[in-house]
Design a protein around this ligand. Sequence first.
Ligand code: NAD
Length: 327
Amino acid sequence: MKIAFFSAKAYDKQFFDRHNVGHTIVYFESPLNEHTVNLTAGCQAVCVFVNDTLNAVVISELKRSGVQLIALRCAGFNNVDLQAAKENNITVVRVPAYSPHAVAEHAAALILTLNRKTHKAYNRVRETNFSLERLLGFDLYGKKVGVIGTGKIGQAFCDIMTGFGCKVLAFDIMANKELEAKGVEYLPLMDILDQADIISLHCPLTEQTRHIINAQTIAMMKHGVMLINTSRGALIETADTIEALKNGKIGYLGLDVYEQEETLFFKDLSENVIQDDIIMRLLSFPNVLITSHQGFFTEEALTQIAETTLSNVDGFVEGKTLKNIVV
Ligand code: NAD
């Protein structure tokens, strides 16, 4: 199969070329959108990532190019108009699980860094500043951690925080019995917002979860709460978090995702004038830590992403029942 591979980075090429047997992959650095969809001419599949745009217009153009398969090399599919894919008879497959530990461990890294300020300590000590002033943290042991969404990543995250001796409170539309047996307590969202010292988001972006963190839900949180988002940027109404950071309601904010990340993340913009004033305001706070969607970025996860994506394509070519089908 000839696959148009969008938003390609050197590491994508390295992992996909290592695992590809028999497909022709054409790599494009540019994202898939209305301006680049013509690059798919002659391809039967596209391979796309989190910030590629697959709206109704792009999908109907894909159909015109002869594309039969959209192979997402990620778990989330909120960037695909599934109805349009269905109407155009284009199959959508994804990678539902690839080392959930990678993202869960990154969420833990954000928590530890924000709390113990190791990023600041690293720079200080390199400049022979051995002072401890303003590096004060708190014990994680005994703190209440609220987890919103206890699927594969949320579950791995609950295990990590339980290991630290935290009391884990969870909210999900479906309780996980295995976690309950380990002492995780499922509560209504409002109770979690009210009680948690740290809140970490691990639910998908859907119409129900869009801006689940907003002025109203932030008002229910503890003063000085730590908020972590490694899931999808639009779970948070960013302008409301900025207000809450200004008045101290949010004491720490750790983000691996950002609602307007498409124009920023995965690119070196160090020589550019950034036009996004919201991210620049966020970066001005000493208690905000932002990473650019790197939760998935481990050797193990990239291997699984390449293997599963290519096996999804193989399954489609061979007419097998696709276990990772979205539509
Ligand atoms: P999953 O499908 O295994 O789990 C999602 C959980 O959220 C499920 O238990 C589901 O019941 C729950 N959920 C759904 N709607 C909800 C709602 N309205 N309220 C509360 N809970 C709800 O998914 P996963 O593999 O654990 O991934 C979770 C999310 O992490 C993905 O959707 C994706 O957005 C994000 N992600 C981020 C990265 C990264 O690099 N930062 C990488 C992979 C995935």
